[in-house]
Write a protein that binds this ligand. Structure first.
Ligand code: SAM
Ligand code: SF4
Length: 329
């Protein structure tokens, strides 16, 4: 098991498959891109499958989510999904994607064993999409979403980040659209993982702002118990249900106490937290011929040292060097 000193157990593995992306969302990646990892630095498909196998068979991981960068840019994605779906015990497999290319790949991913997708879309307005992502690909994302739904990659969830000066007024429109389309919408508070290190607590749109905005048009009632468990979203029934909306208040109501995540970067570093300042190099271990037990020991040790919380609200908080796209969101 991947335990830490606070008694938490990590069962949810996020695997970044690439640091590259075809969008440049302002809160995630600089306009000019980053110094991309070279091919030799990236884990190979075999190395990824070996680490996922180890996580699932030796370390108690039950859920695996592929992310990035943009995971659909990884040429071997379908094969990686297929091989992970063949593991015993079989992990639940999901993908977080910007949706570009999903129109083409959704059926093959479903056939390979992918269970669900989260597609990131922050706006219904093509011009705002262009300003936020610096690319004119709004239509591709909408078509990718529809293809995921048609392929049965359900529930199709949509992740939205609201940014002041861009889309802060769009929460009710996004929810009306998601309900009509049968997608489950989740708003995520913007976190200090932007490449410019320009995030400011005062400038961000909070969960409280989002809920107030949604309530101008919808009746929201909390779903289930108030205790969130490890699920980061607080979910609300929309106008009595069955449609729901989630709000992930990572900054204003952090859920660190219930965190069950462990993360693997595209270059094979384990991070025990999005905001960790230290990483553990599993790639070096793999490439020096370490046996499974040794790699598992390193992974357990990396998780054991997980801090109680990320401390975003603490004045001493220091943003990690890697931006979101290079960690894997
Ligand atoms: N490219 C894929 C995508 O956009 O879904 C996967 C990687 S992206 C880093 C994963 C998620 O992180 C997206 O939903 C994105 O909106 C979110 N994200 C990126 N930077 C963020 C930030 N600074 N604060 C909050 N969420 C962020
Ligand atoms: Fe790319 Fe996703 Fe980051 Fe946007 S949020 S730049 S789509 S990795």
């Amino acid at each position: 098991m991947l335990r830490d000193t606070y008694g938490r157990v990590a069962t949810d593995l996020r695997v970044s498959l690439t640091d590259r992306c075809n969008l440049r969302c302002t809160y995630c990646m600089p306009e000019e891109g980053l110094q991309w990892l070279g091919k030799p630095e990236l884990l190979t498909d075999d190395e990824i499958v070996r680490l996922v196998r180890l996580a699932v068979t030796e370390l108690g991981v039950t859920d695996v989510r592929f992310t990035g960068g943009e995971p659909l840019l990884r040429p071997g994605l379908t094969g990686i999904v297929e091989r992970c779906a063949a593991l015993a015990p079989r992990p639940k497999l999901s993908l977080t994607t910007n949706g570009i290319g999903l129109e083409r790949t959704a059926p093959a991913l479903k056939a390979a064993g992918l269970d669900r997708v989260n597609v990131s879309l922050d706006t219904l307005r093509a011009d705002v999409f262009h300003r936020l992502t610096r690319r004119r690909r709004h239509g591709d994302v909408l078509r990718g979403l529809a293809a995921a739904r048609a392929a049965g990659l359900e529930p199709v969830k949509v992740n939205s980040v609201l940014m002041s000066g861009f889309n802060e007024d769009e929460a009710p429109d996004l929810l009306a659209w998601a309900v009509a389309e049968g997608y489950e919408l989740r708003f995520i508070e913007q976190m200090p993982l932007d490449p410019q290190h320009g995030w400011q607590r005062d400038g961000m749109i909070t969960a409280g702002d989002i809920l107030a905005s949604l309530r101008t048009r919808f009746t929201l009632t909390p779903e289930g118990e108030t205790e969130r468990g490890s699920a980061p979203a607080e979910r609300w029934l929309v106008d009595g249900g069955p449609a729901r909306v989630g709000v992930i208040a990572s900054v204003t109501r952090p859920f660190c106490r219930a965190c069950d995540r462990t993360r693997l970067t595209a270059d094979g570093q384990v991070r025990n937290c999005l905001f960790a300042r230290e990483e553990t190099d599993l790639r070096a271990a793999l490439r020096s011929g370490a046996p499974d037990e040794e790699v598992a020991r390193l992974w357990r040790e990396a998780m054991w040292g997980k801090k109680a919380g990320a401390g975003l609200d603490d004045p001493s908080f220091v943003q990690p060097d890697r931006p979101m796209s290079a960690i894997g969101g």
